[in-house]
Design a protein around this ligand. Structure first.
Ligand SMILES: [Zn+2]
Length: 497
């Protein structure tokens, strides 16, 4: 049976489809620990490519990497009131440090050694603001130490009840940036700069168009002054929050006494920002581009960009097409491309094609004896389209195809988002839209948290962002689309992951 036939079509069951794409592309698997995921090599390679691109962007904008510990004293979490409330319900605690043998058999052979109880339990970090700002308090003395701009690549744990591979798992990988500044304006421009970096990464590398904007009070990060976010629309018309950047104000600086001496000799609290993107981005990549044949990976982040599949019947033909295939591989690798040469003789070419498709490889080069004789290969694109290319100019042809595929994926995703957005909604239109096809609904918002809560309760839709000017409708809405009170801002609603 062909590999592709094992994938549930999107139209039948999107959630099943998502799981099938991940399984077929060997991206991740469930672990023996409920809610935790194992990221398999093909999936981890995507993460490594994402990391590399983002890390270069952070470095180019003046950030440096550091590493802080996994464990945080429980009391640290209590110091910032909103923060503790936001995370209290999902932390894992370390309370003991030893097990002991009981002399019994099986699962009773070991037990917790009660004498090893910690005086103060440790929290497994759900995020690292508290421990990082405790260290900032030591390192920052004067205005000359500012701005301090750090990032760490780490794992975090949030005890989730309902989990889904990449989108919501108990442990996940991410980067978290943490900065300290002399004043609000500097912190604000940092939070904004990072939002732009995230947008650039999402659009240029992932080919995933995003809206940018600010979160409402009820959707912002626990302990932040303001939260900015990038939001993408998945193929099932649900929104995915793909990255957040927070202006933390002086909340944490006050909780952890992070102060600096000003040029004039006074003492001031610093202003902090924090920001992060996680392995959730891989879920976003899958749900933005993939199809019923499996993963579609944008070329810039594809673990394998080109699969070369030689075709032969006899040993002599095999020798010939393999030789040409190796040469093509060497040429493409010299140009910096990620290439696999498929010489397995246990599989027919058709089965290989299905497999490379399910793995999301953007370009396949088929080389048979007749192709070699006429100095060509057949270039097949993951999204469809197939034609001969000359072996002489194969690197240029492949590079061009990859660039075109990257651009086409972005254009298609943006067009789909716009087709599934509705502007200037009334309450009736909104309900019909959200309970029907779904997507991004733009409308007026009165600013009232109780109105926002009522909408969420009745429709399961939340305000994804109050969009930045670039995304706002030409005419500003006058009234709240739900309650009719005067509108204070245009909002974008959607059901979200
Ligand atoms: Zn309202």
């Amino acid at each position: 049976m062909a590999q592709a036939q094992k994938i549930t079509p999107r139209a039948k069951d999107f959630s099943e489809w998502y799981g099938d794409v991940i399984a077929q592309a060997q991206l991740a698997d469930y672990s023996p620990v409920r809610g935790c995921m194992v990221i398999r090599p093909h999936g981890y390679r995507i993460w490594e490519l994402m990391q590399r691109a983002l890390d270069d962007m952070f470095r180019a904008s003046g950030h440096r990497n550091a590493y802080f510990p996994l464990f945080i004293p429980m009391s640290f979490l209590a110091r910032e009131a909103e923060h503790v409330e936001g995370f209290a319900k999902e932390v894992a605690l370390v309370t003991h440090t030893r097990l002991r043998a009981t002399g019994k058999e099986g699962k009773d052979a070991i037990e917790v050694d009660p004498s090893s109880a910690l005086e103060e339990p440790l929290v497994v970090r759900p995020t690292s603001e508290t421990i990082i700002y405790a260290m900032f308090a030591k390192w920052i003395q004067s205005y000359r130490d500012l701005p301090l701009k750090l990032n760490q690549w780490a794992n975090v744990v949030r005890w989730e009840l309902r989990t889904r591979l990449f989108l919501r798992t108990t442990e996940f990988l991410w980067q978290e940036g943490h900065t300290a500044h002399t004043d609000e304006a500097d912190a604000e421009s940092e939070a904004r700069l990072i939002l732009e970096i995230y947008r650039d990464f999402a659009e240029t590398w992932m080919a995933m168009p995003v809206l940018t904007g600010v979160k409402t009070e009820s959707e912002k990060f626990a302990g932040a002054l303001r939260t900015y976010a990038i939001e993408a629309l998945m193929q099932d018309n649900k929104a995915l929050q793909a990255g957040t950047s927070h202006n933390l104000g002086q909340n944490f600086a006050k909780a952890f006494t992070v102060q600096y001496q000003t040029a004039a000799g006074g003492l001031e609290y610093v202003w902090n920002t924090s920001w992060g993107v996680s392995t959730r981005l891989i879920g976003g990549l899958i749900m933005t581009h993939s199809d019923d044949n499996g993963l579609v990976a944008p070329p810039k982040l594809a673990p394998v960009q080109v699969a070369i599949v030689p075709i032969w019947k006899t040993d002599q033909e095999k020798q010939q097409v393999s030789g040409v295939g190796s040469q093509v591989q060497a040429d493409l690798e010299k140009a910096g491309l990620r290439v696999e040469l498929d010489l397995r003789d246990t599989m027919k070419p058709g089965a290989k094609y299905f497999e490379w498709e399910a793995l999301g490889v953007p370009v396949r080069l088929e080389i048979g004896p007749r192709d070699v004789a006429s100095g060509q290969a057949v270039l097949a694109r993951r999204g469809g389209g197939k034609g001969p290319v000359s072996l002489h100019g194969v690197t240029a042809s492949v590079t061009k195809a990859l660039d075109e595929i990257q651009a086409a994926l972005f254009a298609a995703a943006r067009e789909r988002r716009e087709q599934n957005s509705i502007r200037g909604v009334t309450k009736a239109q909104f309900i019909e839209f959200i309970k029907g096809p779904g997507g991004f609904a733009y409308g007026g918002f009165c600013g009232s948290p109780s109105c926002e809560a009522e909408i969420k309760q009745q429709t399961n839709a939340t305000i994804r962002v109050l969009p930045d000017p670039e995304f706002r409708s030409k005419e500003a809405p006058r009234n709240c689309m739900w309650c009719g009170a005067p509108s204070v801002a245009e909002a974008v609603w959607a059901q979200a992951y």
